[in-house]
Design a protein around this ligand. Structure first.
Ligand code: HEC
Length: 124
């Protein structure tokens, strides 16, 4: 009788801690880690400020300034011809100007990165 109880209990515990599920998920993890090998490649640009700036630009600025900075939607100034200094650019991005909305929410680091990135649009 005691043996039966022990067997039933251990089965219940196994069911509660989902032994079989645990095995399944660990199997999934092994398949995940094999696909994860491509990740470090895509993560590398994160350390590159220009790539980070590009991501920010593509998310928040592209709609008005366009892929190359010269689209000019809703009167957006042509970033390839801007005469602004780096500091002035940062100020415009942070505080906005005219129809351009402020982007203070991005934080200093992202604003600096995106300001560096849009400098690459400039044609001198
Ligand atoms: C809603 C559309 C819009 C978005 C989004 C936008 N801009 Fe602008 N941007 C403008 C407009 C309009 C102007 C012109 C402002 C004015 O009339 O003085 C401008 C001007 C600028 C200028 C000044 C250029 C110059 O030479 O005077 C810079 C730099 C700039 N934007 C960068 C950015 C960056 C970087 C982002 C993304 C973080 C961004 N903008 C997002 C519309 C936008």
């Amino acid at each position: 009788m005691k043996n039966l109880i022990i067997i039933v209990l251990s089965l219940a515990i196994c069911g509660l801690s989902s032994c079989s599920q645990g095995q399944k998920s660990s199997n999934n993890e092994t398949t995940k880690t094999t696909t994860d090998t491509s990740k470090p490649k895509t993560e590398k640009p994160k350390t590159d400020p220009l790539a980070a700036g590009k991501r920010t630009y593509n998310t928040y600025c592209l709609t008005c300034h366009g892929q190359n900075g010269n689209m000019g939607a809703s009167g957006a100034h042509d970033l390839t011809k801007t005469a602004l200094s780096f500091a002035e650019t940062v100020t415009v991005i942070t505080e906005g100007r005219g129809l351009m909305t402020p982007h203070k929410f991005l934080g200093k680091e992202k604003i600096n990165a995106v300001a560096k990135y849009i400098e690459t649009f400039k044609v001198n």
